[in-house]
Design a protein around this ligand. Structure first.
Ligand code: NAD
Length: 332
């Protein structure tokens, strides 16, 4: 299998290295809008490089898109038009109209598209979904999702991120849907700014909480911050009438019990998403090989990404207008 990769930044370089390590992948060709970056990544990883234009005539079997978000729509559409199965990091586009425009262009085609919600490939989240599906938890009364970054990204990133709900919470929104098997009907979200001023200057918040009401009446909370100095903390409590499970409560969770006789977790805490989700990224890209080879349908399509984006949008409206927002209000 010969795969292309567009965008050799942080996650692109990591994905290219993972792809190169798969037995089934014979060659990887990387490209970037900044050719020097692509050349540096290619030299470091020992893979081929090409210009962005030539990537589409490089004899590829599939394309991985890890470019900056505003390049996703163009690359996704170009790949589908060229008949190339495509994996694209989340999000599909920077906003809902852009996402709908991409879906409109690609839905007429039978070329498969996979969007990068890697939590679906994490062993813990998969076990939680299986526990819900088996009925062993009883009926769910509460889901509690947490995504806490240890330190804020640069001000420049925040200004173009789309805000905490779209940039960060979108992973929690996707996984609440996937684990529960339910849709979100209504949200009520709030935010706070106790950190650096550039969040408020960008119209964003550094900490947020959202209550989601699912279509069977289950309540979910999503809690987000950019300032969790103890470490990267991503968890999901799935609590039912019979039993409950917790995702992300392992030796490296950045938690410290103050109860007498409770031993501290050995750590070290995860410093960021790359360390926490490395196995999930590998499993996710392995699944993409099955998509490329047409052995399996896409495990996470653009319609799933759109649904998570609608929830983020509803939270953003709710936070700004300080009121509950039904999903029907933002769906188009
Ligand atoms: N799933 C996840 O956990 C996860 C984590 C991090 C980032 N992401 C997503 O991955 C994408 C990249 O994030 P990053 O942190 O690696 O960013 P980054 O800034 O480190 O890298 C982006 C790269 O894209 C290149 N680029 C920009 N426009 C391009 C174009 N038209 N064609 C080709 N290359 C282009 C840039 O030169 C840069 O090298 C973002 O969309 C982000 O939302 C997802």
């Amino acid at each position: 299998m010969r795969l292309g990769l567009a965008g050799t930044g942080r996650i692109g370089t990591a994905h290219a290295e993972t792809l190169k390590g798969f037995e089934e992948v014979e060659s990887v060709v990387v490209a970037d809008v900044d050719p020097a970056r692509a050349a540096a990544a290619a030299a470091k990883l020992g893979v081929e490089t090409s210009s962005l234009d030539e990537l589409f005539t490089a004899g590829l079997d599939g394309l991985v898109v890890t470019a900056a978000t505003d390049a996703h729509p163009g690359l996704l559409i170009a790949a589908v038009d060229a008949g190339l199965p495509v994996f694209c990091e989340k999000p599909v586009a920077a906003d809902i109209p852009g996402t709908l425009a991409v879906i409109d262009r690609i839905s007429a085609s039978d070329v498969p598209v996979q969007i990068g919600f890697q939590r679906r490939f994490d062993a813990g989240y998969a076990a939680a979904r299986a526990a819900v599906g088996s009925g062993e938890l009883g009926w769910l009364h509460t889901l509690r999702a947490t995504t806490f970054d240890p330190a804020p990204p640069p001000a420049e990133y925040v200004a173009h991120s789309g805000g905490l709900f779209r940039d960060c919470g979108v992973h929690d929104f996707d996984i609440v849907r996937w684990v529960s098997g339910r849709e979100v009907e209504e949200v009520y979200a709030i935010g706070a700014n106790r950190g650096e001023a550039f969040f408020a200057e960008a119209g964003d918040v550094d900490t947020a909480a959202a209550t989601l009401t699912l279509d069977d009446g289950t309540l979910a909370t999503v809690s987000l911050t950019r300032y969790n100095g103890a470490g990267y903390d991503v968890r999901l409590d799935v609590l039912g009438s019979v039993s409950g499970v917790v995702v992300g409560l392992d030796d490296r969770a950045p938690l410290r019990s103050v109860e007498p006789g409770v031993a501290p977790l050995p750590g070290p805490a995860y410093p960021g998403f790359m360390e926490r989700f490395r196995p999930a990224y590998t499993t996710e890209l392995k699944a993409f090989l099955d998509v490329v080879a047409r052995r399996a349908p896409s495990p996470c399509g653009a319609a799933d990404a759109l649904e998570a984006f609608y929830i983020a949008e509803a939270c953003e409206v709710s936070r700004r207008e300080r009121r509950p927002v039904r999903l029907a209000e933002v769906r188009r």
